[in-house]
Design a protein around this ligand. Sequence first.
Ligand code: ADP
Ligand code: GLC
Length: 499
Amino acid sequence: MHIVMVSAECAPIAKAGGLGDFVQGLAHELVRRGETVQVVLPLYDILRFESIRDLRVIDRGLRVPFHDEWLECWVQAGEVDGIDCVFLDPRSERGFFRRGRIYGETDDPERFAFFSRAILELVLRLDRRPDILHCHDWQTGLIPVLLHEMHPALVRAGTRVCYTLHNLGYQGVVGDSILRQVGLDPGRLLVPDRLLDPREPGAANLMKGGIVFADFVNTVSPRYAWEIRNTDQGMGLQGVLAAKGDKFGGVLNGIDEGVWNPETDAFIPARYGRASLPRKAVNRRALRSRVGLREREAPILAMVSRLDRQKGVDLMHHGIRYALAQDCQAVLQGTALDPAIEAQFRSLQQQTRSNPDCRIELVYDEALAHFIYAGSDMILIPSTYEPCGLTQMIAMKYGVVPIVRRVGGLADTVFDANYSHEPFEIRNGYLFDDPTAAGVESALRRAIWLWRHFPAYFRQLRINGMRADHSWSRPGQRYLEIYAYLLNRQPPRPAPGQL
Ligand code: ADP
Ligand code: GLC
C-alpha cells in the first residue's frame, strides 16, 4: 500500500503535542510492516533540521492556485529516522511557515488551507498515486473536500481518505473567504450537510468538511469516539458524526517504543525495566538535582502538559498545592499559548520559587520531559476532555502511577487501584470523576496513602502499568484494516464493533 500521511506535526522534527508523536509512531509501525509511507509536512523554519537526513529540493515546479494568484511552492524531501518525509515550501512573501512556531498565528486558517490546496497539487505530481491519504485534525480537513470537489479522477482511480480526529476543541471555524481562496464554491458547500458550521451562522467548519467528505473517520480512543457522538463533547459535531454510520470508529493510540522506553532511553541517566525497577531511584535523584528539588524521602508528583483549558489547568494548580500540603514534591513542565494561562503559571512559579519541594518549568524541552517521566512517581492528568492522552501511557511505561480524570482515552487506559471491574493485575492508577478540587483530592489522597503505607502495592501498580502493551502494534493493525477496508482488499473488513 502507498500511504501518504498529511499532518501539521511529526515528532521529532515538528511537535507541539501528541499529534506529533502519533504521526511518528504510526508511520514507523507501517514502515515496519512493509508499507510505503510518505509523511508530508510544511517546511517550517522551526523544523529540527539536524534530525533530517539528506534534505534536498526535489521539485521547483509546483504552482498552487491560491486566492487570485498562483503561488510557487518548492517540494523538498528527506529522511527522518527511516521515514520518508516530504516538505512543502511556499516561496511566497507571506512566509506561511516561517513564523518561528507551528500554530498560534492569526492567519492559521489560511496557512493550512494553502497547505491543503498544495497537497492536492503535489499528489498529482507524485510518481505513484497514493492509495490512502491519511489526514489529521482541522488543518487538513479541506483535503477530502478538495479531492472530491476538484479531483474526482483521483477518487475514480481509487485514492481513499482516512481522517483522524485528535481534538474536537479545535475545528477550524472560518469565514467563507477561505473556501474561495482555495477555489471552492461556498454556495455549494456552505449548507448544513456539508461545511456549514452548526453553531456559528454562515461560518465554514473545516473539520466538519473533513468528516463529511472522508471515506472513513476515526478518533483516537473508543471512549472519546462514544463521547463525541453522544455527549456535548462532540462540540456541535454529534449529528455529522452520527451520519457517518459505521464509517466511524475509535482506535486507541500507541506510543513509539523506539522513543519512549526506559530500557533504551538515551536521554536518562539510568536505564531500567520491570526487572530493574530499583534503578529508577538513580533517575529520581538526577531529576531532583537537575530541576533543583531537595533530596528527601517523598514521592514526586509530575505533570508534563500543554497548558490549555482542555488539560484542567485550575485542577493542576490545586493538585500541586494539595501534594505539597501532603508533604510530597511536585514538578510541572508545560507551555501555554494563551497569555492568561501563561500568567497564571508564572505567578505560581513565583509563589513557589523558594519552595525546595516544588518546581514549575515553563519550557518546551523534550529531554527534560524524558527526565521527568523517568524520575517521578505519580503523574496528574485532570483533563476536562482527553481524546486519547499519551502522557499517561508514557508515564506508565516509565513506572509512574497515573492519577487521571475518567474521560476519553484516559478512561480507556487507566484502571483504578481500588474501584475497578478489572482484575488486580491490570489495575494501574487512580481515577476521579468530578472536575473539582475535591475530585482531584479523592484520587491523589489514595495514591499518596498507598505510596506511604503499602509501598509493595504501590510498586505493583507501577509494574502493572509497565506491563501493559501500549505499543503501536495493535493500533497499527487496526489502521491497516481500515485502509484495506477502504481499498476493498484483504485483510477483510473488520466487524464494526471491533473498531
Ligand atoms: P496533547 O496532544 O493534547 O498535548 P498528549 O498526552 O497526547 O496531549 O501528548 C502530549 C505530548 O507532548 C507528550 O509526548 C508529552 O510528553 C509532550 N509534551 C507536552 N508538553 C511538553 C513540554 N512542555 N515539553 C516537552 N514535551 C511536552
Ligand atoms: C490530541 C489530543 C490528545 C491525543 C493526541 C494524539 O492532541 O489532545 O488526547 O493523545 O492528540 O492523538
